[in-house]
Design a protein around this ligand. Structure first.
Ligand code: G4P
Length: 284
């Protein structure tokens, strides 16, 4: 499946992000724990050059728990601070806040030695569409007693959310764009719902999903419908459609309706927790 997509508003978003990047010390990069490689735009390494960094593996609640641990270990080994989260859960805010303290400790100490006291760390959240940037910012804002308001020398209207004793967070996220380095990246982004469904053939996508999940766990749908390893992906989709009542006159399955139901069930986590990319597949 070939998917190419660059939303029109991205050029403006990129400019805005570059402006905001100048205001911060720490860049919090959100990626999707189900596809940590494809949901990341490697350009961020250059854009955030010289900044403190933290990677958030979000939607960890939808990803395979064992893979989550492997990704966490992978980042640790690389010396990159990372944290697994479900951005909707405000309990995670403390966990992230602690991680931010850890990441900033050295800089705060350095500032102190230079005689700079109580200079607050400023952070911003960046990521490609749909990874959970706004959800995370809202979780932080909900926890915070008050926004810290405009500050001198900062673009008018810039709002900061108080994160903890030391750090403030910019209330607008930085938008990154997906980087389609190969076909798999586009497919994986489409599978998790990061690409507008209107530009992707959902039936074709459902077949990609069946192929991918069968590779990860053969018989992943066998509790829901009857099929064997001998069946083709379209036959498996039909078996699923039949089990979900997607029938047309004559008792045939409507594959398009079956595909939409399958995609919805997968994305909501109803079919289980799957991680489509493992650390050993492709390195950062
Ligand atoms: P963005 O700013 O990066 O574009 O993403 P946004 O926060 O809008 O989140 C995109 C969708 O992902 C939202 O769902 C949001 O609720 C969901 N989401 C964010 N973080 C997590 C997470 O850690 N786990 C899970 N399971 N979902 C998460 P939506 O359906 O578009 O909106 P809504 O119906 O939830 O409001």
């Amino acid at each position: 499946m070939k998917i190419q997509w660059y939303p029109g508003h991205m050029t403006k978003a990129r400019r805005e992000m570059q402006q905001n990047m100048k205001l911060v010390d720490l860049v919090i990069e959100i990626i999707d724990a189900r596809i940590p490689v494809s949901s990341r735009n490697p350009d961020i390494d250059e854009l955030a050059n010289g900044k403190l960094r933290l990677v958030i593996l979000n939607k960890a609640d939808l990803a395979d728990p064992a893979s989550n641990e492997r990704w966490e270990a992978y980042f640790k080994e690389k010396g990159i601070a990372s944290v697994l989260t479900d951005a909707r859960n405000t309990a995670n805010v403390r966990k992230i806040s602690k991680k931010i303290e850890e990441v900033s400790r050295e800089k705060v100490e350095r500032d102190r030695k230079k005689g700079i006291q109580n200079r607050r760390i400023r952070a911003m959240v960046v990521g490609i569409p749909n990874v959970g940037k706004s959800t995370l910012i809202n979780s932080f804002a909900g926890k915070s007693s008050a926004k810290t308001g405009n500050k001198p020398g900062v673009t008018k209207g810039t709002q900061w959310i108080r994160l903890n004793e030391q750090a403030d967070l910019l209330d607008t996220p930085g938008m990154l764009w997906p980087k389609f380095e190969d076909e798999t990246v586009g497919e994986h982004l489409a599978l998790i719902g990061s690409i507008n469904d209107e530009i992707v053939d959902q039936t074709e996508l459902a077949l990609v999903l069946i192929r991918s999940l069968e590779e990860i766990k053969s018989g992943f749908l066998s509790e829901r419908c009857e099929y064997t390893a001998e069946n083709t992906t379209i036959e498996i989709l039909e078996a699923y459609g039949r089990s979900r009542g997607c029938l047309v006159r004559g008792g045939n399955v409507d594959p398009d309706r079956a595909a939409i139901l399958l995609m919805t069930d997968y994305r909501s986590g109803k079919l289980g927790r799957y991680t489509l990319e493992q650390p050993e597949d492709k390195k950062f």
